[in-house]
Design a protein around this ligand. Structure first.
Ligand SMILES: Cc1ncc(COP(=O)(O)O)c(C=O)c1O
Length: 432
């Protein structure tokens, strides 16, 4: 064994002994300590110290640092999360280096795919819907009470996971043209899944209408235990409020209030409305910009005050919701959740499918970030906005879910990721 590896072994051993001693010393305290508001700060301090320790290459300094580490463990007691619900919110804000270098702006993304239950911003909404219903006495655990929802996938996955944790059942109605991974995942979470033909909102069997009907049927049925609760993500107050009290304040805190614009797509509109309402209350000059895929009526609503053009009018097109491979954003009606923040939206940027596909691939090639379609749309729009605003601005957007949810559909359209030398340039992506 070389002198060099012997040294690292000794260091690792010393670190192990110190960690074990500190852990034993504080185990009981940790067991009885409630999660406190400083928990995350302590955790971050510990992570910093550990990474510092790994870089030390003389023994005296290493020993001194171990004492510091032990003290930080003491302070960090209480960082244990209360169930999977405790892993929702407080997501990291990440600077996308490639897009920031290209634009001369800070392009910051809130990593909402790191929410711990269903791995999307819908965790916040699902938890908020369930907690609100529990407060009103509308849900009783282990009674057979079942939550019904119409969703393109993400909200269903979050609801199904949290329902399991809280003793409820979940029944999800979704369009049958959404990526199969999402319904597979729902089934693995023990939800009942109905994949239905895409249809306009005027159709009683449209996925949202069907979920409402199923909830009513459950409540009326003498054969089914418990009651049916329609989650109603498009219209419920719980949706935008989850972002008003969570996502918005987190962005404000993580940027120290220093941001020029927030960019987001809208599915229900809960995210853009909730964040806009919070940020504009603190920063009246912040720009709120909608990122919209093809076929959605929201772009026209924001830019010109009219919801539909003849091509996009709901009920006249064969394929409802919108004509795009992007999932989760774009809609052809003004939902309550969009309406709540509608007047605060300053501008809209249209992003086509090719741009979204190329951006998703770009993010993997250059930044090692593997995301789904709505996240890619957000990043195209944020980069376009940065080019318009000019260097020196700071723009925040969201990474909603992982590319793993989109392998069979959106990601199927990408070229194999082979190396940065193969990609389309950002200029081309933005101009496509
Ligand atoms: C993956 C994904 N991204 C973004 C959104 C849009 O969020 P919101 O419904 O808050 O507008 C959704 C909505 O379902 C989604 O599934």
């Amino acid at each position: 064994m070389s002198h060099h590896s012997g040294y690292y072994l000794l260091g690792a051993f010393a670190l192990g002994v110190a960690v074990a001693a500190a852990y034993n010393k504080h185990r009981d305290t940790q067991r009885h300590t409630l999660i406190d508001v400083d928990a995350n700060r302590h955790l971050k301090q510990q992570q910093k110290l550990i990474s510092k320790l790994a870089k030390i290459n003389d023994l005296d300094t290493l020993q001194k640092s171990l004492v510091q580490f032990e003290n930080s463990l003491e302070k960090g007691a209480g960082t244990i999360k209360e169930g999977i619900e405790g892993c929702i919110g407080d997501t990291p804000l990440i600077k996308i280096k490639s897009l920031s270098e290209y634009t001369g702006c800070d392009i910051l993304v809130k990593a909402e795919f790191l929410n711990g239950a269903g791995n999307s911003p819908k965790d916040r909404v699902a938890l908020s819907i369930i907690e609100m219903a529990e407060e009103k006495g509308l849900l009783i655990p282990h009674s057979g009470d079942t939550i019904y929802e119409g969703t393109v996938g993400s909200t269903g996955i979050s609801l199904a996971a949290i329902c399991r944790a809280r003793g409820y059942k979940a029944h999800i109605c979704m369009p049958n043209d959404m990526a199969i991974e999402k319904s597979d995942l729902l089934l693995k979470l023990g939800a009942e899944v109905e994949r239905v033909r895409p249809a306009p909102i005027v159709d009683q069997n449209q996925f949202v209408n069907l979920a409402r009907k199923r909830a009513e049927e459950h409540t009326a049925s003498p054969d089914k235990p418990g009651r049916g609760l329609f989650a109603d993500q498009f219209e419920t107050e719980a949706n935008w409020r989850a972002h008003f009290t969570g996502t918005g304040p987190e962005i404000y805190e993580q940027t120290g209030g220093l941001l020029d614009a927030f960019v987001s797509g809208a599915g229900t509109g809960g995210t853009i409305s909730g964040v806009a309402l919070f940020l504009k209350s603190k920063l009246p000059d912040v720009k709120i910009v909608l990122a919209d895929p093809p076929g959605s009526g929201l772009y026209n609503r924001v830019k010109f005050g009219v919801m539909f053009d003849s091509k996009e009018r709901e009920g006249t097109r064969r394929r409802h919701q919108v004509d795009t491979i992007v999932e989760g954003i774009g809609i052809n009606r003004v939902t309550h959740n969009f309406d709540v923040g509608r007047e605060l939206i300053d501008d809209a940027i249209r992003v086509n499918d090719q741009q979204a596909i190329d951006m998703a691939q770009w993010l993997v090639e250059h930044d090692g970030i593997f995301v789904g379609s709505s996240s890619a749309v957000n990043c195209v729009a944020a980069t376009k906005l940065a080019k318009t605003l000019g260097p020196g601005h700071r723009i925040v957007t969201l990474l909603c879910d992982s590319g793993a949810r989109h392998l069979s559909k959106f990601w199927k359209h990408t070229e194999p990721v082979g190396g940065a030398e193969n990609d389309v340039s950002l200029e081309k992506i933005l101009d496509a």
